[in-house]
Design a protein around this ligand. Structure first.
Ligand SMILES: Nc1ncnc2c1ncn2[C@@H]1O[C@H](COP(=O)(O)OP(=O)(O)OP(=O)(O)O)[C@@H](O)[C@H]1O
Length: 340
């Protein structure tokens, strides 16, 4: 599916008649040095949806989200948030949105409570500072100076401040980076609760399990473009499923039906297939007729991580001639972050 299809396609999991809250159409962004970080991105997010933007390092996620947040103007293309241009009509959009940047940057000598109160004082109809801090589990840290917080606690403070305006639309740029497993789960629960309460959420993340756990729909960016988008099931459906088993001694892999694309390592067999049900049916039929027991039989669809790595590896191979794009981490490093 192209990003153009994606913009017009309301069948990818978003409620068909829901109000479009975020709409990007043919968006491009070039930096002063002429480098184009966003190269024609189109997508829409319906009210109450949770949409995840994934991608390799340097894919253009933050550059895109900054445009949606109204922090910069696109070089071309249009963006609407809550029906307004987020940059030119900032006054109409900003009070209704919450923004959690990748790096917060608050005065480090203020305490957590002072920071939250200061933020609350600048916000119309603000949530009380204590309530925002409680939502992110920072109640016990209110007297601590920002500079003394751990990386994960700083992320939670960033989130508390983004929630202060009771936003209709929440932009979260890597919200759980630096959080431990428990903190991440707590943040997921909070994000889910906000979404269930009607908040529209757009998040970027490197953690594929985070997108898998939270997103109604997602898009994978690479080199400034959306290369695939849809629900997790739709994105993974584009990748082959896998069947694994071991053949008993004395049954060579050559006896398997020729129609199954099997790779053998001794008696260990792996079959990659775009039609899991049909391939399994054929395999099990063959096993029954041949009286062969398939040992350790395991069949499953591609995971989002496999789909992502497949897409990223394919794209990385095609970027060797573009030095500005060479900031992408090699796959083993990406994987480390993915599975952290
Ligand atoms: N101010 C800038 N001037 C020039 N190039 C920039 C600027 N900011 C970002 N870029 C480049 O734009 C590209 C996209 O960066 P961006 O931060 O949007 O990617 P990302 O997908 O958010 O990456 P990451 O996952 O590593 O955070 C990168 O190649 C980056 O080096």
């Amino acid at each position: 599916m192209t990003s153009e299809d994606f913009l017009s396609d309301r069948t990818t999991g978003g409620p068909a008649d829901a109000e479009t809250v975020i709409a990007a159409d043919g968006v491009r962004r070039s930096y002063k040095d002429g480098f184009e970080a966003v190269s024609g991105v189109s997508f829409s997010v319906a009210r109450g949806e949770l949409f995840a933007l994934l991608g390799t390092n340097g894919a253009g996620k933050t550059s895109t989200v900054e445009l949606l947040e109204g922090l910069a103007l696109p070089t071309s293309g249009t963006i609407k948030v809550l029906g307004h241009d987020p940059y030119r009509e900032r006054a109409a959009v900003r009070p209704r949105t919450g923004v959690m940047l990748q790096e917060g940057g608050f005065p480090s000598d203020l305490t957590v409570m002072e920071t939250a109160r200061m933020w609350s004082a600048c916000t119309t109809g603000a949530r009380p500072a204590a309530e925002a801090l409680e939502m992110v589990g920072l109640t016990s840290r209110t007297g601590v100076r920002v500079k003394q917080l751990s990386g994960g606690e700083k992320r939670r403070l960033d989130l508390a401040l983004a929630l202060t305006s009771r936003p209709e639309v929440l932009f979260l740029d890597e919200p759980t980076t630096g959080l431990d497993a428990e903190g991440r789960r707590d943040t997921w629960d909070l994000i889910r609760a906000l979404r269930d309460g009607g908040t529209t959420v757009l998040l970027t993340t490197h953690y594929l399990e985070e997108a898998e756990a939270l997103a109604d729909r997602l898009a994978i960016m690479h080199q400034g473009q959306i290369v695939t988008a849809g629900t997790t099931a739709e994105v993974t459906a584009s990748q082959p499923a896998r069947i694994r088993f071991t053949l008993p001694d004395g049954v060579p892999a050559g006896h398997l039906p020729l129609t199954l694309r099997a790779a053998a390592e001794g008696q260990r067999i792996e079959i990659r297939t775009a039609a899991l049900q049909e391939s399994l049916h054929e395999l099990l039929g063959w096993a029954r007729e041949s009286g062969v027991q398939l040992l350790g039989l395991d069949a499953r669809s591609a995971s989002l991580e496999e789909a992502f790595l497949q897409i990223a590896n394919t794209q990385l191979r095609s970027r060797a001639d573009d030095p500005r794009r060479a900031g992408a981490k090699p796959m083993d490093e990406t994987k480390k972050k993915v599975t952290a």
